[in-house]
Design a protein around this ligand. Sequence first.
Ligand SMILES: NC(=O)c1ccc[n+]([C@@H]2O[C@H](COP(=O)([O-])OP(=O)(O)OC[C@H]3O[C@@H](n4cnc5c(N)ncnc54)[C@H](OP(=O)(O)O)[C@@H]3O)[C@@H](O)[C@H]2O)c1
Length: 348
Amino acid sequence: MDRLPRQCRQWVLARHPRGQVRDEDFALRTVPIEPLGEGEALARTMWLAFEPAMRGWLDDSRDRWGRTEGVGSPGYDVRVRPGDVVLGPAVASVVASRRSELHEGDVIRGLFGWRDHVRIGAGDPLVTLDPDVDIPLSLGVLGGNGLTAYAGLLRVGQAQPGNTVVVSGAAGSVGSVAGQIARIKGCRVIGIAGGPEKCAWLLDECGFNDCIDYRNTDVAVALRRLCPDSIDVYFDNVGGSILEVAIANMAVHGRIVLCGSVADYDAAATAAGPRNLFHVIARRVRMEGFLLVDHLDALGDARAELRQWVDSGRIAYRHDICEGFENVPSTFRRLFTGENRGKQLLRL
Ligand SMILES: NC(=O)c1ccc[n+]([C@@H]2O[C@H](COP(=O)([O-])OP(=O)(O)OC[C@H]3O[C@@H](n4cnc5c(N)ncnc54)[C@H](OP(=O)(O)O)[C@@H]3O)[C@@H](O)[C@H]2O)c1
């Protein structure tokens, strides 16, 4: 107990962001660490992981999406209020424990938030990691992102060999895995990503058949050219205008997998649309939103298959690792500027 650090640094929400998230939306605070009570433990944060959906947690209670709070949308109905420590996934190492099942050196994972030390309460649920685990992998392709890609593409999208699959946000942590699973399953895969470097990585390392650089290309023209026989599965990570263009190119009985809507998360106002939903009717397209939590029964098989593909080099991945607690807000912003190259992490 003598070795307990005296202070903890934490990033709190200074104000609800309006539109694009800014560094000034957050404030760095130092607070004392009180002695541990019976059943409590203290852990030092080793890694923070960043997900676009965390942006929605920072909005004020006026819910710009319509009603999602309190309707059972785990992961989307979290709220952070000014003065609260910003929530986010983290991995931490136990430095002191008065909780019987936790020992110094144990590595734990949870929604610990942006703080350099986390106090674990007596009744708090725990996920303990194997000491040999590759932490970045477990937070990315072998964690929620890879599993989301797997469940979305195969269960919701019902991708079949020979299908044409289009993935937006394709160079990201979820999108790159979704596209590679489609390739492994015998689909023709077209990615949509921002910039020539991301497209080159998808073509050269991930084995996509084609890639559209949406920042420098007319996506509508490119999709029509690349998918003359239409899209069987569209795996949507971004929403917005790209979703509308994809809808216009869907095959009869095609499937649109609504995984995320990152183009809207950081926008000042949510745009109306898509304006062409009539295509969904006329072509009998199934458009389905999903959350990973609805597919927990598939996780065992999914994890085993992903592990095999990663170990055998059939799935390429990237970790984008920033350093330094002072850089937490700027690291988060990379998800919305597109600077991140793969799973966005910060190592403390
Ligand atoms: N349904 C679920 O259960 C579930 C679970 C996890 C994640 N998700 C969703 O999956 C999506 C991808 O998450 P991720 O963790 O893999 O993030 P990510 O793709 O690694 O990072 C975000 C990427 O989004 C792109 N982006 C940002 N602003 C954009 C805009 N205005 N228009 C188009 N693209 C934009 C950027 O790539 P470019 O440079 O290519 O623009 C950026 O690199 C997110 O929407 C997330 O909410 C859903």
